[in-house]
Design a binder for this molecule. Structure first.
Ligand SMILES: CC(C)(COP(=O)(O)OP(=O)(O)OC[C@H]1O[C@@H](n2cnc3c(N)ncnc32)[C@H](O)[C@@H]1OP(=O)(O)O)[C@@H](O)C(=O)NCCC(=O)NCCS
Length: 177
């Protein structure tokens, strides 16, 4: 079980009864806009949480998908995750936050803790992420964390009826401080 504390947040494992708070975030069109999923239905949110709970129990564990909780209010406001490659030298980073909390540094704070955990506790060599160039809030988070833009893939994603580009960002263990 993983539990990470930051100045303002807790990153903890999902629990079955997190699904309504998760759904309040992931059913919003502005949250799904640059992502590979449509706004989730209640059934999809329930199924997501069930998968996250099951994934946390897998051995070896391939996914660290954690609830981001505002510590002062014990309120679930998003998620932040690492998906490990096999063999587990590398992981993909992702994050999603309720719009009411955007622009306050919460995602950078959460992702910094999780990437640090990945390098220190999981012994990762490399953490990477992709994002839509039209989503500057996302790639700003990556740049604030110290990930470097390694690539710009042209029209590699079909989203909302159009081909979309991707930025690829990464950081290596020896670059992480
Ligand atoms: C992307 C997302 C996670 C950012 O979360 P956040 O908590 O607002 O991020 P932070 O506050 O830590 O940092 C955001 C940075 O982007 C900047 N930013 C946000 N929107 C921006 C915009 N439209 N143009 C330029 N910069 C922007 C902010 O100013 C901030 O940078 P700063 O600290 O230098 O001022 C959040 O917007 C979100 O959940 N979006 C929907 C889901 C999503 O797109 N996830 C990523 C998929 S790749």
């Amino acid at each position: 079980m993983v539990l990470l504390r930051t100045e303002r947040l807790l990153l903890r494992e999902f629990m079955d009864d997190d699904w309504p708070a998760f759904h309040a975030v992931e059913s919003l069109p502005e949250v799904a806009r640059y992502q590979s999923f449509e706004p989730r239905t209640e059934d999809e949110s329930r199924a997501y949480i069930q998968r996250a709970v099951a994934g946390a129990a897998e051995e070896p564990r391939a996914t660290y998908d954690l609830a981001v909780v505002l510590a002062a209010e014990r309120r679930l406001i998003g998620r932040c995750g690492l998906g490990l490659a096999s063999p587990a030298f590398e992981a993909m980073l992702w994050y999603t936050l309720h719009p009411a909390y955007w622009g306050q540094g919460y995602t950078t704070e959460a992702a910094r803790a999780l990437v640090g955990f990945g390098f220190r506790q999981l012994g990762l060599h490399r953490v990477w992420a992709d994002c839509d160039p039209a989503n500057p809030g996302s790639w700003r988070v990556l740049e604030k964390l110290g990930l470097r833009r390694e690539g710009h893939l042209r029209e590699n994603v079909w989203m909302d009826g159009a081909w979309t580009d991707s930025y690829i960002y990464a950081v290596l263990d020896r670059e992480w401080s």
